[in-house]
Design a protein around this ligand. Structure first.
Ligand code: ATP
Ligand code: PAF
Ligand code: BAL
Length: 296
C-alpha cells in the first residue's frame, strides 16, 4: 500500500526540496497513484532562462507535477574539466523553481546517487564517441547512466531536455528506445540571448571580450543556414569563415549531420553542430538546416 503523503513530502502550490532518492520515489509514486502526471526536468543547477523554458514547457503538458533535479554529476566530467568549478547555487535555484511553480526539487548528494559499490553503467554506443564524445571520452556514459538513474528514481511520464545539448538529447532518445524505457522524451528549442548566444550556465565563466567573441558560434550557424540551398560544402564554408574571422574562438568541431546525427543527406533536413573554446570556456551550439532546397 502507498503511504499517504504529508506536507513534508509535497505541498500543493509550493516547492518541496528532496535529497533522498527512495523518499522522492515514494512521493512521485503516490502522486501518480492520485492521477497526476510527472514531468522531470534534469539539470545541473545554476538555473537560467533556458531551464525556465523547459519548466514552462513541462507545465504545458496535461495535469503535471513538475520535478526539477539539480545534480552536478561527477561521472560525466573528465579529469581536466570543470567539475569543481561548476557553479552551485542551490538556494537561488530553489527560488527560481518556486517562481516557476515547480512542485518538487530533487537535489541529491554524490553519495545519494553513487553509493559505494556501483558497477553497472549505460553504454552509449558509437554515437557516444563522436562529436562531444571525441573530446570528452566517457562523457555520454556518465550522462546516460545518471539520466537512467533519475528516470528510475522519479519514474516520470515525461522528461524534458534542451536542444542546446543536441547530441545528449539524441542519445537520450536512443537510450529510451533501445532500452524500452517507459517515458516520453520532449525536446525544447534553444533559448538565446538577444545577440544569438545560446544560454548556458558556463557563459558566466566568460570575460567581457570572450563574451563578445562567443557570439561567433551562433553567427556561424546563421551564416551556414543562410546558404543551405547551395548544399553541404557551402554551409560548412560559410560557417567556418565566420568562425575564422574571430581569433579568440578556438574551433573544436564544425559538423553537418542528419537530424539523428547520422551522415548528412544531400537534400533535406540536416543539423549543423559546433563546439569551440573561448578562452578556457568550452561552448557548444547547433541549428537545423534545410539542405539543397535549391533557392539560393
Ligand atoms: N539555452 C538553452 N535552451 C534550452 N535548453 C537549455 C539551454 N541551456 C541548457 N538547456 C537544457 O537544460 C538542461 C540542463 O542543462 P544544464 O543544467 O547542463 O545547463 P547548461 O546551461 O547546458 O549548462 P552547461 O553550461 O553545463 O552546458 C539540459 O536539457 C539542457 O539542454
Ligand atoms: C542531463 C544532465 C542533467 C545529466 O547530468 C546534464 O547532462 C545536463 O544538465 O544537460
Ligand atoms: N549541459 C551538458 C552537461 C555537460 O556539459 O556536462
Amino acid at each position: 500500500m502507498t503511504k499517504p503523503l504529508t506536507k513534508d513530502d509535497y505541498t500543493p502550490g509550493g516547492v518541496t526540496l528532496h535529497h533522498d532518492p527512495d523518499r522522492l520515489r515514494r512521493v512521485t509514486r503516490a502522486l501518480r497513484a492520485a492521477g497526476r502526471n510527472i514531468a522531470l526536468v534534469p539539470t545541473m543547477g545554476a538555473l537560467h532562462e533556458g531551464h525556465r523554458k523547459l519548466i514552462r514547457e513541462a507545465h504545458v503538458l496535461q495535469n503535471t507535477v513538475v520535478v526539477v533535479s539539480i545534480f552536478v554529476n561527477p561521472t560525466q566530467f573528465g579529469p581536466n574539466e570543470d567539475f569543481e568549478r561548476y557553479p552551485r547555487t542551490l538556494e537561488a535555484d530553489v527560488e527560481v523553481c518556486r517562481e516557476e511553480r515547480v512542485g518538487l526539487v530533487f537535489a541529491p548528494g554524490v553519495e545519494d546517487m553513487y553509493p559505494a559499490g556501483g558497477q553497472v553503467t549505460v553504454a552509449p554506443g558509437p554515437l557516444g564517441e563522436q562529436l562531444e564524445g571525441a573530446t570528452r571520452p566517457g562523457h555520454f556514459a556518465g550522462v546516460l547512466t545518471v539520466v537512467a538513474k533519475l528516470l528510475n528514481i522519479v519514474q516520470p511520464n515525461y522528461a524534458l531536455f534542451g536542444e542546446k545539448d543536441y547530441q545528449q538529447l539524441t542519445l537520450i532518445r536512443r537510450m529510451v528506445r533501445d532500452l524500452n524505457l517507459p517515458v516520453d522524451v520532449v525536446g525544447v528549442p534553444t533559448v538565446r540571448e538577444a545577440d544569438g548566444l545560446a544560454l548556458s550556465s558556463r557563459n558566466r565563466y566568460l570575460s567581457e571580450d570572450e563574451r563578445a567573441a562567443a557570439t561567433a558560434l551562433s553567427a556561424a550557424l546563421v551564416a551556414g543556414a543562410h546558404v543551405s540551398g547551395q548544399g553541404a560544402d557551402a554551409v560548412l564554408k560559410a560557417a567556418r569563415d565566420t568562425l575564422a574571422a574571430v581569433p579568440e574562438v578556438d574551433l573544436d568541431y564544425l559538423e553537418l549531420r542528419a537530424p539523428d546525427l547520422g551522415p548528412a543527406p544531400e537534400n533535406g533536413d540536416g543539423r549543423l553542430l559546433v563546439a569551440a573554446r573561448v578562452g578556457t570556456t568550452r561552448l557548444i551550439d547547433n541549428a537545423p538546416v534545410l539542405l539543397g532546397a535549391g533557392d539560393e
